[in-house]
Write a protein that binds this ligand. Sequence first.
Ligand SMILES: Cc1cc2nc3c(=O)[nH]c(=O)nc-3n(C[C@H](O)[C@H](O)[C@H](O)COP(=O)(O)O)c2cc1C
Length: 263
Amino acid sequence: MQDLIYWFSGTGNSRAVASYVATELGDAELVPMVKAAGGEAAAAATVGFAFPVYYFGLPLFVLDFLNRVEIPEGAFVYTVATMGRSPGVAHREAAATLRQRGIELSSGWSVKMPGNYTPLYGAPSPRFQEHCFAAARTKAKQIADAVRARHYGRIEDSFLPMRMVSPMFRCVGKKRIPEADRAFKVSEHCTSCGVCEQVCPVQNLKLEEGQPTWQGQCQECMACLQWCPVEAIEVGWITKGRTRYRHPAFTAEDFMLHPAPAH
Ligand SMILES: Cc1cc2nc3c(=O)[nH]c(=O)nc-3n(C[C@H](O)[C@H](O)[C@H](O)COP(=O)(O)O)c2cc1C
């Protein structure tokens, strides 16, 4: 296997972009980080990491994964960050994490996608979403071309001064993310279907007496809130009435850690 892309995704954007790049590369292997042991890339010549930007940096799961994934000597290593507006210092954070292990990040690209942070805003209009997806496909082709050409040194973080203030948001974000689930609530619309439990990428949610209960190890990826089929999950009540967002190419089943076997 020549090309491998690891992905982490709560609502499908990063997974979709990873698959666009994989297709452009000519069928790179796609591996979900949440199911990866970390040694899958042993024979790969290029290793990509696709993930969403959280608070101007990396999701905590991705940080942890970069600290343990095995990268073969001489591989072209790159990041693809999807974001609503601003990548902050996501690629620099990835580069610094890898550098501590003696691994150089070759390049890092950012791809604008619909924002999924419902505590601040509802889903963008279908027209805007389509515009993002079309632009992301074009960008994925450019990324694949650059990966094939071994284009080193591209780091698409935010411009100054955003880059200067990003570390401050990072500090706050990193501290609050694991316990962010304290604000998650379930409304009377809950049908105890268990989708939320199954789509949580880190098994932070358990159904207790039919009610979702969060365990304090949240990634804040919004999967539980966005994939709930009856929109019964809220962050405080600030998300009440806001349109949910998930990438239209996927279903909740695509994000289940242990999907039901096909009949
Ligand atoms: C907790 C959280 C924090 C976010 N922070 C940022 C941010 O700092 N900058 C930004 O542009 N988008 C931010 N977003 C939006 C996501 O990065 C964006 O929608 C991403 O494409 C979602 O990817 P996914 O569908 O693969 O999970 C944030 C989303 C969440 C849930």
